[in-house]
Design a binder for this molecule. Sequence first.
Ligand SMILES: *[C@@H]1O[C@H](CO)[C@@H](O)[C@H](O)[C@H]1NC(C)=O
Ligand SMILES: *[C@@H]1O[C@H](CO)[C@@H](O)[C@H](O)[C@H]1NC(C)=O
Ligand SMILES: *[C@@H]1O[C@H](CO)[C@@H](O)[C@H](O)[C@H]1NC(C)=O
Ligand SMILES: *[C@@H]1O[C@H](CO)[C@@H](O)[C@H](O)[C@H]1NC(C)=O
Ligand SMILES: *[C@@H]1O[C@H](CO)[C@@H](O)[C@H](O)[C@H]1NC(C)=O
Ligand SMILES: *[C@@H]1O[C@H](CO)[C@@H](O)[C@H](O)[C@H]1NC(C)=O
Ligand SMILES: *[C@@H]1O[C@H](CO)[C@@H](O)[C@H](O)[C@H]1NC(C)=O
Ligand SMILES: *[C@@H]1O[C@H](CO)[C@@H](O)[C@H](O)[C@H]1NC(C)=O
Ligand SMILES: *[C@@H]1O[C@H](CO)[C@@H](O)[C@H](O)[C@H]1NC(C)=O
Length: 830
Amino acid sequence: MSRSFVQHGRILALLVSCLLYGLVAGQTPFNVLDFVDPLIGTAAGGHVFPGATMPFGMAKPVADVLGENQGGFSTDSSAVYGFSHMHDSGTGGSPSMGNFPIWPQIGCVNDDIQRCALERNARSAVYLKDSVVSKPGYFALSLDNAMTAEMTATNRTALYRFGFPGVIPKDNTTQFDGFVYSPTYAIDLTDLPNTRKDGGAKIDFATGRITTSGTFNPSFGIGTYASYACFDFKGAKIRDAGVWKAGRAGVAPEVRVVPDGVNTNGGTGLSAGAWIRFNQTAPGPTNMTVRVGVSFISEEKACRNAETEIPDFDFAKVRRASEEAWKVKLSPISVDSFGINTDLQKSFWSGLYRNFISPQDYTGENPLWKSDEPYYDSYYCIWDSYRSMHQLITLIDPHSQTLMIRSLIDIYRHEGWLPDCRMSLCKGFTQGGSNADTLLVDSWIKGISDGVDWKTAYEAMIKDAEVEPLNWSVEGRGGLRSWKTLGYIPKDDFDPIGSGAFTRSISRTVEYAYNDYNIALMAQATGKLEDAEKYFKRSHNWKNLFKPDQNSTIRDVDTGFRGFLQPKAINGSWEYQDPIVCSHELNFDGCYLNPQGTETYEGSPWMYTFYVPGDMAELIKRLGGPDTFVRRLDFYHETQIQYIGDEQAFLLVYLYHYAGRPAMSAQRAHFYIPSFFTATNGGLPGNDDSGAMGSFVVLTMLGIFPNPGQNVYFIIPPFFPCVNITNPVSGKTATIRNINFDPAYRNIYIQSATLNGKPYTKNWITHDLFLHGGVLELTLGSRESEWGTKPEDRPPSLSTSGFVNKTMSQQAWLDELDIQNSISVEPVLA
Ligand SMILES: *[C@@H]1O[C@H](CO)[C@@H](O)[C@H](O)[C@H]1NC(C)=O
Ligand SMILES: *[C@@H]1O[C@H](CO)[C@@H](O)[C@H](O)[C@H]1NC(C)=O
Ligand SMILES: *[C@@H]1O[C@H](CO)[C@@H](O)[C@H](O)[C@H]1NC(C)=O
Ligand SMILES: *[C@@H]1O[C@H](CO)[C@@H](O)[C@H](O)[C@H]1NC(C)=O
Ligand SMILES: *[C@@H]1O[C@H](CO)[C@@H](O)[C@H](O)[C@H]1NC(C)=O
Ligand SMILES: *[C@@H]1O[C@H](CO)[C@@H](O)[C@H](O)[C@H]1NC(C)=O
Ligand SMILES: *[C@@H]1O[C@H](CO)[C@@H](O)[C@H](O)[C@H]1NC(C)=O
Ligand SMILES: *[C@@H]1O[C@H](CO)[C@@H](O)[C@H](O)[C@H]1NC(C)=O
Ligand SMILES: *[C@@H]1O[C@H](CO)[C@@H](O)[C@H](O)[C@H]1NC(C)=O
């Protein structure tokens, strides 16, 4: 960006209120899709799904590679072995779904189907690096086997367009020696993680329709799920078709398989399926479209989904509809981007886009129970998404968040527990607390209400807090006996009631404590005083693992800080875990979900010691007061202890607000963005986890990061001169405008603020602004100011804000929050 351009932008930004850049500059109108790059996060462990999808869509076609393939495709240059129709995005666990990949090829050696590469291990082709095109609603690439592949999708149907060269290519390699040209497809019954239990494929020789079914494992959970697909071909004449199994291919209408391990003829046992061959109707290059309906109900339903959604095989039309859906989905936010670096804009819009990939809308596709409620799946995982991703959905798409909340409550109704993680209709693993509690309270407190049965939601949360499940690996909380009697999870817990990994005693303690805090907030506000008292009391339990004299040394040098969370035994004696374990300073990989795990999950005691989101004032006191606290937080951010690639770290960027130093939060935000979040394939610092990393970027750049489960957004200056956020339900627009904005980000410190024209000194705001609309105007400068520093201007904490012992109905509570007018709130917990 040239200097004069920057100056120009600054002057303009000063003069105008909140302009749309494209219009100002007289350029082609702003098209948000130009700024979405779905390939961000497809390398270096981001695990992002870069294929075609509708917002929250179930059909998600992409090329599946042999390498890092959690999201199906990655830009790691490994070979493609198929194109499959359902995926998850950004996940940790194993690769998810990828059932029934289809594989096109230009023919077989000697025209002999036996000599065709049908099996998973035999077929695969390298993709041409520069050929990859990934856009909202569209994915394409070319393979070195002379094929091109394009794909788009409706909600439950993938549509492919495969380009065949028309002839056997002549080149100087031997790859096509002996080939006879005849467009050929293999449809494999496998899935990405190779978990098929049984399955089958059927061919209708008259129409060429192929239907498939199979039973598979979820990628980070227990149980199995059944999946179905329906394939229809267009663009060439059917020549012949058949099936293959155990390394043999032949003409037969049907194949049925169990993984019997019989690997005669070199088969892999799991790879089996159908094949179909075509004759072109005209010579030369030709395109074929393949329509693949998917379902979790039946093959018939898969076919019906396809016929209903894409009756005409019109690729361009489906693609256009998908693009339109994405434009609408992203439209509640508009920014004045004048002078803002294009890559930064791409990180922003791509992060927003990724927030709408999952959870996936499986309404009408749930075989597990009958219900009129919506059913969403791929909460993968709430442990990651309760912190900012669902807050972003709540902000931009409250209707979808409402449906998701209803679906979570319906899962509780029918399975007895709220999930902490869920994918492919199965229970996923719980990583820490019962964080659906925090997620529910977050939505409740922000007025999410349309058709939500909050009474049952409350019941579900109380169950998490009171009743230990048999299997707390996949739901609820473990160690509840100790939780209630000792007030912490002991390292050597004796738990005869339920099963789960007896690890993570520190991180589970602080997460359970905060879950209880959120329950107490709701209990209090709805007049359940006894519950409120009980759960506020339990929310103090983090103190029981706080060891005031615990020191921390790094490579034998005392950091000087005292007071860290430490494990404790049942008998009350302290155990020891080095406060830097699970950070880049020591054994970073030592804290995953395995039986050898440590007392903190995917993070160090250093980091978890900061996790008291409900009572930061008390924590700051215990850590030696605001100055020492700020020094400690600085130390965390400036050493290798920090790791922004996992969601628990997000909140630490903003904790300065509680010490009266909102300027430092702004400074840290600019430290992490863009350095750790770039608009490149490897541009994410960790798994995107359904878009959670994206939500950190978006909410940070909007200048409003949430404290989950509370009606609190921390204010920092937006990374744009001005942002508009329009609530699509109420139609009201919230504008956040920077005065003295500087695109080089020297002026990142708020000097003063007004809210709707009145001086505003608090360093946080409530959701009210986004429900009612309004204007928050921030005047910026290049130095830290007094703004937002006073104790009364800091966000609320249990110990200082006197939240306790207020009796009021939810209506009164919402009245107090001043959000009653725009959203109708049903009376709850009568
Ligand atoms: C923001 O909203 C205001 C008021 O509705 C409008 O005048 C302005 O053009 C909008 N700016 C952008 C960037 O959308
Ligand atoms: C796709 O699903 C969304 C909800 O997830 C729904 O709003 C939309 O109407 C669906 N589109 C079509 C064409 O059915
Ligand atoms: C084929 O030719 C290309 C250039 O035309 C060359 O780069 C490549 O090395 C050749 N491959 C073989 C196997 O000879
Ligand atoms: C397809 O092509 C093959 C070989 O050219 C020919 O033998 C066969 O009759 C054709 N089949 C149909 C259905 O056109
Ligand atoms: C096949 O589709 C592509 C679009 O991807 C188009 O450019 C090409 O002209 C089509 N080829 C034929 C033979 O229709
Ligand atoms: C309990 O969860 C574990 C995973 O931690 C799983 O292996 C086991 O099958 C589950 N048991 C039941 C009864 O669901
Ligand atoms: C609420 O007030 C009562 C009476 O003043 C007191 O006994 C109780 O401890 C308070 N509850 C909490 C949670 O502080
Ligand atoms: C840190 O604490 C340990 C005991 O936990 C003690 O042995 C050590 O001397 C302390 N280090 C410093 C620098 O105080
Ligand atoms: C308490 O329990 C721990 C762990 O079992 C044990 O190592 C320690 O010696 C016990 N302490 C006392 C005082 O009994």
